[in-house]
Design a protein. Structure first.
Length: 366
């Protein structure tokens, strides 16, 4: 019997074609038993060696990395055939045999997978059975608003949109809660097909847990009646500075002003209240516009947070610096100058924002 004949049978068996094996049995029907046994042993040995080669040899992928999706309800036979058609597994029959020997044909998990070299067929089977699906990411930066987050989630190609912005909090079981502030800034990883609700639930639950933990360990005697007020103030601190080291001192200024019943007078709340009317520049008339978020005319905290505060901002509000400062002004380099008195603050404004021209400050006061 020639090697070519055996190789031909091996190829047919690898692809599930048993027709030639049946033909062989018919031919050998009238042969001596020892001839039949010798041929069958030779074929079986060759096939077993070929199977072991398949199991242990790295896959030869059409690309260095292939993204492959298994859809719910896919049978293992269909999977093996499709992997063959895609050039991922060259011997679908052997791949099915491998799965059957391990009793795993019904254990594959639906999802999207990244298949990369080097990977053996056994490793591929482990990948599918373990459900190690490909993951994608979406970052929520500190200081983003709910609107920005919602738009980013809806625009992500691997997230399934199911909600409108007005449906989110009700779907999270908090229908009477304003969504602003309630989603923790972080980079989240998720598989393809994740819904917008599932993604936002993770961010919401993270914020809920972080806020509760910080509130539980808060400094005593703060002028804040609830964790929600802390979240609101933290959102202001988040928008006021990008310098992490300054947040406790920024928070201390607002805490002191709340204690004294002073106006918070913070521009980010004014900007939030302007909404789409804000064009990138705050004018004096904006500081006098009566919105619920204008802390230049309304005392205390605004009615809701104005952005998503990060963990550092929340911690700063509940563990503020030991400071007597009541004012701060931007230096122009991202940091701030803090002042305890109005006179010192006035001098700082003239120095850092008015180029030393005190007359311009008087114009502002008028």
């Amino acid at each position: 019997m020639s090697r070519t004949t055996v190789a031909s049978w091996r190829r047919d068996l690898r692809h599930g074609n048993v027709g030639k094996l049946r033909d062989l049995m018919v031919i050998l029907k009238y042969k001596p038993a020892w001839v039949l046994a010798a041929i069958l042993i030779a074929v079986a040995t060759a096939l077993f060696a070929d199977f072991l080669r398949f199991v242990n040899a790295p896959l030869s992928l059409p690309e260095a990395e292939v993204v492959y999706e298994i859809f719910p309800g896919t049978s293992f036979d269909d999977l093996a055939r499709d992997l063959d058609a895609r050039g991922i597994v060259a011997e679908p029959f052997y791949f099915t045999v491998l799965a059957k020997l391990q009793n795993r044909t019904s254990s594959i998990k639906a999802g999207e997978y990244r298949i990369a070299e080097p990977l053996t067929p056994n490793g591929l089977l482990e990948l599918f059975v373990g459900g190690r699906v490909a993951e994608y990411s979406l970052a929520i930066p500190e200081g983003w608003t709910f609107r920005q987050i919602f738009e980013a989630v809806q625009a992500h190609p691997k997230i399934v949109a199911t909600l409108g912005p007005g449906q989110v909090m009700a779907a999270l079981g908090r229908p009477d809660t304003h969504p602003e502030g309630w989603f923790y800034p972080d980079t989240y990883r998720f598989p393809a097909g994740t819904t917008d609700l599932a993604f936002l639930r993770r961010a919401h639950d993270m914020m809920d847990r972080r806020l509760a933990a910080e509130w539980e360990g808060r400094m005593p005697d703060l002028p804040l009646d609830s964790a929600y007020e802390a979240l609101t103030l933290a959102s202001i601190v988040e928008k006021e500075t990008g310098v992490a080291a300054e947040r406790p001192e920024i928070a201390a200024v607002f805490i002191s002003r709340l204690r004294k019943g002073m106006l918070l007078q913070t521009d980010p709340t004014v900007i939030y209240g302007l909404g789409e009317a804000y064009d990138g520049d705050i004018r004096y008339r904006d500081l006098r516009r009566d919105t619920p978020y204008n802390t230049y005319i309304h005392r205390g905290l605004p009615p809701t947070p104005i952005a998503m505060p990060g963990g550092d901002a929340i911690h700063a509000v509940l563990q503020p610096a030991d400071s007597s400062a009541l004012y701060f002004v931007a230096r122009g380099d991202g940091s701030h100058h803090f002042s305890e008195t109005y006179e010192e603050h006035r001098e700082a404004v003239v120095r850092y924002q008015l180029d030393g021209d005190a007359s311009r400050y008087r114009e502002r006061e008028d």
